[in-house]
Design a protein. Sequence first.
Length: 239
Amino acid sequence: MAGQTDSRSLTRHRLVEQVYGAIFSEITEGRLPPNTRLIQDELADAYGVSRQPVQQALLLLRNHGIVRDAPRRGLVVAPLEASFVRNLYEVRGVLEGLTSRLAAERNAARAGREGPALVAAGREAVRDGSVAQLIAADIAFHRFLGEIAENPIIVETAAPHFNHLQRIMGEVLREDEAMPHRIWEEHAAILEAVAAGEAEAADRLSRQHIARAATIFVDRLRAQETASAEEASRRRVRR
């Protein structure tokens, strides 16, 4: 009996993880835009599951800040806020710079052996045009640098914000056709510096890489927030 209970519990846990991943992917890839209402029955039907794993997955997404409560609407996809993205990328820039510096100091030869395949995979994802593949390739590249930096505390520091970073990547990659090409040109330059053991250059290029992406997206979010505020003000005046 105990074994059956454990098995059922594990199955439920995996089902919740699968539903969580499915909803998160739809948010990241833009099929569930910000402020979209998330109705449990509709999601359960779409994924072919009962309401319980959907409910649990939504609660986890709320706890992680990906969805939020909205008055009289239940749960909706949380908007990305310009101030949050700016703050997050300021920290990410420092961490990525340090990661690349340490990778160059500690594992330049390994970067030269294994890194080119990751860049090639990223460029292939650019040609395919799949946002999901682009995000996966980006994650693989940065995880590789984190691994060869040999400092697990950096990874642990970034981990709580990883879902937000994936979501931001999805937004950036979808909205700017030139961005994926620039990203992988910058990744190739970072890898070249790491593989050459040029720690200072690797640090600088990584910080610049993150800062450029942040500037583009933060400016876009601020423009959206301004437009939304102006529209809300016009609606109040009409009333």
